[in-house]
Design a protein around this ligand. Structure first.
Ligand code: NAD
Length: 327
């Protein structure tokens, strides 16, 4: 059996090699993300391992089909980069990974605390030996209402983390999560938007969730609201968010993900600073935190991501039940 993995970092390589030692397969790992420029390298393999930053659109899948690829297994949880319907038409199995949701949940909680307590401003000041307190007064989660939109694996883990420290936890989802009984108060979206001091997004990116946060929904929010996005950049209409921040209606935002980040995040761009229209506007605001899509990035999560992907390819090619299969 032959596996090719795209977008592989050094830390993932170690986990891939450990699996290769245990199971009998040929492995090629490449640092490049799957794209039209390198899809030809998949010829002669059985399974392809990808990340959310890889292009798995219909045109790529048609090429993979012509190479008789049986499975495309993502090491990421989010799979909005994969045209699952097209993969089904091409007869290619698609899977995603399940890993510790606490990686992203704890990152979201950290964002809330950092914005609430103006930690970045305080640290920058302390580094300059300016130990004054002016404008550093913060807020306590204990006296705030946090609204979680999307209570699947990550949203639920966040609710459990918050249950010890937030005042009230509101939640909105199209399907209520029974494990959160007694931890969150489910309500309609309008109530959550109107009453939350902090809103954290945890839905996948789909046609129905694109620009979920937009000029209309921002207007419905409490003045001074903090918005946290560790899910997908396209959940927010970024131009509308910037407008809300500039008008002061939005009190702060922490974004681990940003619209149009693919091909930019996860690369060192110091020599070639490639900024896209709203990046500079966001970067210049001291009530905005920007990170390069690394909420997932823990030792445990990386082990799980590679393991799920390898297991999915092995199961598909060997005709075993594939627990990670999406189509
Ligand atoms: P999940 O599938 O377990 O949960 C998603 C939840 O969203 C489900 O409960 C679903 O019912 C709900 N939902 C779907 N459509 C909705 C709608 N229109 N309104 C309200 N709720 C809706 O997914 P998860 O594992 O919790 O991951 C969530 C997302 O987090 C992923 O899709 C991915 O985009 C993102 N993610 C980001 C990182 C990162 O490093 N920043 C890492 C992992 C995942």
């Amino acid at each position: 059996m032959k596996i090719i993995a795209f977008g592989v970092r050094e830390d993932e390589k170690t986990v891939f090699l450990a699996h290769k030692k245990q199971s009998d397969f040929t492995l090629t790992t490449l640092p490049q993300h799957l794209s039209h420029a390198n899809v030809h390298l998949a010829q002669g393999y059985d399974g392809v391992s990808v990340l959310a930053s890889c292009d798995v659109s219909e045109s790529i899948l048609v090429i993979l089909q012509s190479y008789h690829i049986k499975v495309v297994a993502s090491r990421s949880t989010g799979y909005d980069n994969i045209d699952v319907a097209a993969a089904t038409r091409c007869g290619i199995v698609v899977s995603n990974s399940t890993y510790s949701p606490y990686s992203v949940a704890e990152f979201s909680l950290m964002f809330m605390l950092m914005l609430n307590r103006k930690v970045v401003a305080g640290m920058q000041r302390a580094q300059r030996y300016d130990f004054s307190l002016a404008q550093l007064q913060g807020r306590e989660l204990k006296y705030q209402t946090v609204g979680i939109i999307g209570t699947g694996k990550i949203g639920a883990a966040l609710a459990k983390c918050l249950s010890g420290c937030a005042g009230t936890i509101l939640a909105y989802d199209v399907i209520e999560n029974p494990t959160l009984e007694g931890i969150v108060h489910y309500c309609d979206l309008e109530t959550l938007l109107a009453t939350s001091d902090i809103i954290s997004l945890h839905t996948p990116l789909m046609a129905s969730t694109k620009h979920f946060i937009n000029a209309n929904t921002i207007v419905m929010m409490k003045a001074g609201v903090i918005i946290i996005n560790t899910s997908r950049g396209e959940l927010i209409d970024t131009a509308a968010l910037i407008d809300g921040l500039q008008r002061g209606h939005v009190g702060g935002a922490a974004l681990d993900v940003l619209e149009h980040e693919r091909g930019i995040y996860h690369c060192d761009r110091r020599e070639n600073p490639c900024v896209w229209p709203f990046y500079e506007a966001l970067q210049s605001m001291d009530n905005v935190l920007l990170t390069q899509h690394f909420a997932f990035y823990t030792t445990k999560a990386v082990e799980d991501m590679v393991t799920c992907s390898v297991m999915s390819i092995l199961a598909t090619v060997l005709n075993h039940t594939n627990p990670y299969r999406l189509n």
